[in-house]
Design a protein around this ligand. Sequence first.
Ligand SMILES: Cc1ncc(COP(=O)(O)O)c(C=O)c1O
Length: 404
Amino acid sequence: MSAPDLDALRARFPALRRVHAGRPVAYFDGPGGTQVPDAVIDAISRYLAEHNANTHWAYPTSVETDAILQASRAAAADFLGGAPDEVAFGNNMTTLTFHVARALGRGFAAGDELVVTDLDHHANVDPWLDLARERGLVVRHVGFDPATAQLDWSAFEAALSKHTRLVALGAASNAFGTINDVARAAPLVHARGALLFVDAVHYAAHERVDVRRLGADLLVCSSYKFHGPHAGLLWARRELIEQLDVPKLRPAPAEAPERLETGTQNHEGIAGIGAAIDFLASIGGPGPRREALDRAFAWMHARARTLVARLHGGLAALPKVRVLGLPADGPRTPTIAFTVAGRSSLDVARHLAQRAVFVSNGDFYATTAIARMGFGDDGVVRAGCALYTTEEEVDRLIAGVAEL
Ligand SMILES: Cc1ncc(COP(=O)(O)O)c(C=O)c1O
């Protein structure tokens, strides 16, 4: 594949034309939500303008709606490495996780154990804590090393037992960018007869997901983190979807995967998910979509390594700046958390915004992880590179922090 032209790629994102305080906006808020290309916006508005209907009826717009939803399911299967009937859509990762946790919990008994980590976003912790409260389950918490923001693997192994029924593990930390070795966890979890539930919300924007290589039993992500609309996706092994005792209306579909989808879906959003995946595949050039996605992610990954090295190096060289977690060349995404001595994270984010550099600050619902790092009250500043990030933008961010 020939390297995509970055200017041409950036031209596909209308949001990048926004000017703030006299400068083009540099969006480093991708870990909170990425910008959307024209193809996604078109797919959403075209659905509403031309195909808007409910499903499974005999007239053309309903038939077209069925076809659009099915096409997006096929795209999502290519994106995640599964089969179309293993993919369910939903509002967002959190709602899907609460829903599926409730269904899984119907098969758990008092004294059964769940494992969660301190590194995870609370969307992959609290649904399991809630379930444990309801059903008398025991929850084991796995810590991490604050120096590297990496999971404590000996604690992970120690948390597993013959009573473990499910392990909820983030594939990547939305706060520090750490990539967790899910494929290492899978055989340990499965050896205890437990299920591995993977939160790939942050991971899926940066790394090529392959549910089978990861060894997940269930995996969730959200398309607004990978240039799609605000809607979530869940993949689960087909037998699991068929067995799950999901809360649902009696007349609702009993087949996989629709049995996981409650009520009328966000059709335009699902159309947008398919378009986002096709947009990413288009970066990889022509050919079968899975292979195009492999190439696209390889290119995005290589760029991300360069950008994160520049960002990490530039920030770490500033005397009052502390960059948290792994070094630039560690197993990480291009998301960096940092603090500036004597400045609140809000101060830093506000200062950068005046230079049209948009970064997030706080704890990003990775509340335990940020508190364990010692930044519970104020949180940290988070800058995430995305596929449209340029070296000039990285330099502008570093210069903005240097001014402080
Ligand atoms: C790692 C991670 N997990 C879960 C979530 C929650 O996802 P959603 O907003 O789709 O519920 C987020 C959102 O920021 C996240 O970054």
